[in-house]
Design a protein around this ligand. Sequence first.
Ligand code: GTP
Ligand code: SPV
Ligand code: MN
Length: 591
Amino acid sequence: MSAKSSGAANTTNPTVTAWVDEVAHLTRPERIHWCDGSEAEKEALTKLAVELGVLTPLNQTKRPGCYYHRSNANDVARVEQCTFICTSNPEDAGPTNNWMAPRDMYAKLRALCEGAMRGRTMYVVPYLMGPPGSPLTKVGVEITDSIYVVLSMRIMTRMGSAAYAQLGNSPNFNRGLHCMLDVHPDRRFIAHFPEDNAVISVGSNYGGNVLLGKKCLALRIGSWLGRKEGWMAEHMLILGVESPTGEKTFVAAAFPSACGKTNFAMLVPPPAFKGWKVWTIGDDIAWMKPGPDGKLYAINPEAGYFGVAPGTSMKSNPNAMKSIARDTIFTNVALTPDGDVWWEGHDAPPPKECLDWRGQKWTPDSKEKAAHPNSRFCAPAANNPMLAPEASDPNGVPISAIIFGARRSTTMPLVYQAFNWIHGVYVGATMGSEMTAAAAGVLGQVRLDPMAMLPFCGYNMGEYFLHWLRMRKLITHPPRIFHVNWFRKGEDGKFLWPGFGENMRVLKWIVDRCRGGANAEETPLGWVPGPNAFDLTGMEDFNVDDLARAQSFNVEEWRNEVVKSNELFLKLYSHLPKELIFQRELLVSRF
Ligand code: GTP
Ligand code: SPV
Ligand code: MN
């Protein structure tokens, strides 16, 4: 190997060093930098990223430690059509994933990566997903030629020497290789090899495609490992609700991309909820495993937030605004003349003039948006004033409720509770949501997105439902399961429910249900809040009639819903657990 080495965390783990040699032999970098995660390293790499023009410093008085990044205009979101699950047997990937035989994909990607790092630096990024010492925590090593990825991984994961300390001499880590190539969509692949615990991502530099600990390891490979090892990897936020008397209830919630997880995880209760607090554990991913007491325990494997910028304001999400006040990397937002950031839905009025996410002059008269709808902030979780102390507990937190939520302008009521776990699995499995800018696709179209995991399940979706049903046998105190929809609209096209902080009212009902309080009424869908179960004190322009509208149930709309879910059931038929078909029949007969 002829490349020069730098960095302090050169490991002696033989599997890591052999693999790094192999990748260097293939990609031919000029230098290899072994990341140690130190502050000094961060400073040096940040300085270099600025020199290279990858990062632009923001106004350091207004936003200390904050930097701006603009991506290639054709590289702004996850690309599901370029995302592959490569298993020996195509049935293991299932009909909802793109599949290619591992041998063919390895050959294709090796050809693309050959000599791809010539004249460049190859970074070796060791990281932990999960708190150090947790039985759920996993080690990953990402090799990348993107300094933006290194600096983002340092925020999003526990990056550096701690990972080698946990790994020791074990060969048991996720191998992630990322080569930017020319960042061209024609040469873009995000390929997962679950049988080898490996990921190769080429041709992109966008978060979800290249921060390999996140969607690739924590969800696609994680779900595969979870099935094998008896735990669950889910696209869920985790929060803790603290009552005025100090009782804490932990909740996990799965909403599809750009459907409100970060906002819900950082919820600030309205003034009427005096003494109530909501603590954040995680905003995107939950790893959950039954504990010795038969409850389901969850950890957040991440250490930062890669959140949607547009719509984030002191009004909608003050804790996110505080989280991004320092040490944050912003991507594809608008850049103001005073070196600050702006986006649609920001508290500040539109700047008279700024540079849009493409770097072009923008004024309030411009037709295009100043910030890309999927522009993101990447901020350390430690900045969040409501970060739960339990977030770094290696044992995780006991989950009392699982909430499924979707973006639906019709049909779905504000909230209902499933009758039991199996019914809850049916509710999650038949979830449909309107598509958002977080992935390339047709915006607004309703697509079935079971458990918000359609783009993230690393194996056959039918088997995934079976895994959910089997987990019930390992959990003696199962969480209660709920469905929510903050996005229902009236005939005037306006949201029927104000959302954001007001979601506390729904959350409180859910917590009360888990604790055996709060009255409920049985409906064909499940349990719904009974009269006066919902506290509307302090709500402006919202009364019981509005609530009834947000909760209303329409049989015709629901018949269509069942027809739509049949599409997915047919697709998955050979692996679909019969329990779900029985649940569908029960639902139809209740109508
Ligand atoms: P990913 O990071 O892609 O997984 O997204 P997420 O699920 O964390 O979504 P996020 O909280 O970032 O919200 C996405 C968009 O939904 C933002 O534009 C929010 O302003 C909007 N949103 C979030 N919560 C609510 C709500 O309660 N009501 C309404 N109307 N909009 C909301
Ligand atoms: C999502 O799309 O669900 C995200 C953002 O959380 S990404 O990291 O791009 O996956
Ligand atoms: Mn997400």
